[in-house]
Design a protein around this ligand. Sequence first.
Ligand code: LMR
Length: 354
Amino acid sequence: MKRISLSLLLTCLGLALIVYLGYHNLFSQAEPPYDDDQEGLSGQIVFKFSHVVAENTPKGQAAAKFAELVAQKSKGQIQIVVFPNGSLYSDIEEINALKDGQVQIIAPSTSKLGDLSPKWGVLDLPFAFENYEAMQSGIHGDIGQALLDSLQEDELIGLAHWSNGFKQITTNKGPIKEPADIAGQKLRIMPSEIIREQFHLLGAATVEESFNSTYNLIETGQVDGEENTISNIYSRKFYNVQKHLTISNHGYLGYAVMMDQKAWNQQTESTQQILLEAMEETTDWNDQNASKINEEQLELIKQKSDIQIYELTAAEKQQWAEKMAPLYEQFRETIGAALLEDLDKLQESYEEKP
Ligand code: LMR
């Protein structure tokens, strides 16, 4: 009996040795040859960046640029993984996803931030900015900074403003030339009190739904139209389900890039520095790129569709601005006198000289 147990034990030990040697050999062969590009990869930091528009839009391209710059500056140690098209979270869900730590960076349209602070409404005021230059002075100056700072009250860090551009109007009931032309229509809008009031003032009804449901709302006739930038109209192919496009440039559409305070505080100083530097470079780059994309995509809409395009004349724009002017007084208290004074000064300095 003892002899059997001893030989069994020796067989088991032998087998264990063979398995160990085989295993060890297999893994030492699988190990890749040394490559200094891979140095430190094991400690890689990954940030998820979620947004709701397509990759060929100002926000889509800025997010990709930011990811590229962060990878470059951190030598591959920090990776920004971008999830476009609302593939992770819709615009209605993304702030909660950020707060819950499901994603680390988002860039919602500033019109969707009214629940955080009504001050954001200043950027929704009709004809707030005379042109691109005025818009950039506004969002990168005192007005923009005060808004980013206000995010701290919600334990969020405002990293930058990325502009998209000016909003235009698309509809199936047109053409829209005068403010009266929009009365009686139903439009999909972003969830913003000022945008809602703007259209109610013009006699239109509004539906506040997510960006990704807009095409379907138009296609199924639940709304007549919507307002958006050319790049959003182009990338979502609204031109296929809309008959009229009015180039009105009546309002701003742009994004506040943000992180959750807790997630930010967990980063080392050097990671924070890399994120800030990459963000600054991306923001400068986006200022040029966004207007270029909107211009190019207007040409593409003309080539690819039969949508009727009408551009408001200066006199017609003036008529729209006058019609919507009461909103400035109506929202004075909500937005706060300080921000409105800053906007007033900005508007004076960019007023078109006759
Ligand atoms: C919209 O909802 O129409 C836009 O805010 C979408 C976007 O993020 O540009």
